[in-house]
Design a protein. Structure first.
Length: 245
């Protein structure tokens, strides 16, 4: 096992499925003690086992980040954190803006933006007080580019990109680095159900393929590690070149 993150505790929100699992496993493979979080305890236990089976360290903390109380409870249960990965996001199926229910708008804002906002406010000052840390936010190619029938999701991810820059300015002087990883179409169980929406994107992606959770995890590891010590407020696209073209 490598050890770029040995001795560090990493909290990964929304890490019981999809990209979050790949991130948690990648961090653990580099020696981090990973706090896996999500709403489903059974899936959380499976992720913890997958990490332990490869010699890594992980534990599960149940968390529903739909409100402020959930964020505060997770921050307390996680304890001192050296790496925070704001990955939790609500699955939003493509649909016309005029047909999006107001309740879904509220849930998306709460999960995709408010949870990261509150957790960062709770955790980043404590990181600075201990001498520093790293925060990696999960954005999206949708945070750069317009996409028909994806206005709600794109709005939340554009907000995440903006928060990264603001937090880099706010917390960087205290030794806390804040950056974004922005995936493109990624092969996950969730995305399997919207391939009719994704396939046109792949057709114009330079790589001509979907990414994998493991590739996103590798980017998160880099930004969390000392190799990225002078990188603040950056967005690293893991999208096969889609945003570039």
């Amino acid at each position: 096992m490598n050890a770029r993150l040995a001795g560090r505790t990493a909290l990964v929100t929304g890490s019981t499925d999809g990209i979050g699992v790949g991130i948690a496993q990648a961090l653990a493979a580099e020696g981090a003690n990973v706090v896996v979080s999500g709403r489903n305890a059974e899936r959380g236990a499976q992720v913890v086992k997958s990490i332990a089976d490869k010699g890594g360290q992980a534990r599960f903390v149940a968390a529903d980040l739909g409100d402020g109380e959930g964020a505060r409870a997770l921050a307390e249960a996680a304890g001192p954190v050296d790496v925070l990965v704001n990955n939790a996001a609500l699955l939003i199926m493509p649909q016309p803006t005029g047909e999006v229910a107001e309740e879904l708008v509220d849930r998306a804002l709460a999960t995709n933006i408010k949870a990261a906002f509150l957790l960062t406010g709770l955790i980043a000052p404590a990181m600075a007080a201990r001498g520093g840390g790293a925060i990696v936010n999960l954005g999206s190619v949708n945070g750069f580019n317009g996409s028909a029938q994806s206005a709600l999701y794109s709005m939340t991810k554009a907000a995440v990109h903006s928060l990264t820059k603001s937090w880099a300015a706010e917390y960087g002087p205290g030794g806390v680095r804040v950056n974004t990883v922005a995936p493109g179409p990624t092969r996950t169980p969730r995305n399997a159900g919207v391939m009719d929406h994704i396939e046109p994107l792949i057709a114009r992606t330079p790589s001509r393929r979907m990414g994998t959770p493991e590739e996103v995890g590798a980017a998160v590891v880099f930004l969390a590690s000392d190799e990225a010590a002078n990188i603040h407020g950056a967005t690293l696209s893991v999208d096969g070149g889609l945003a570039a073209v």
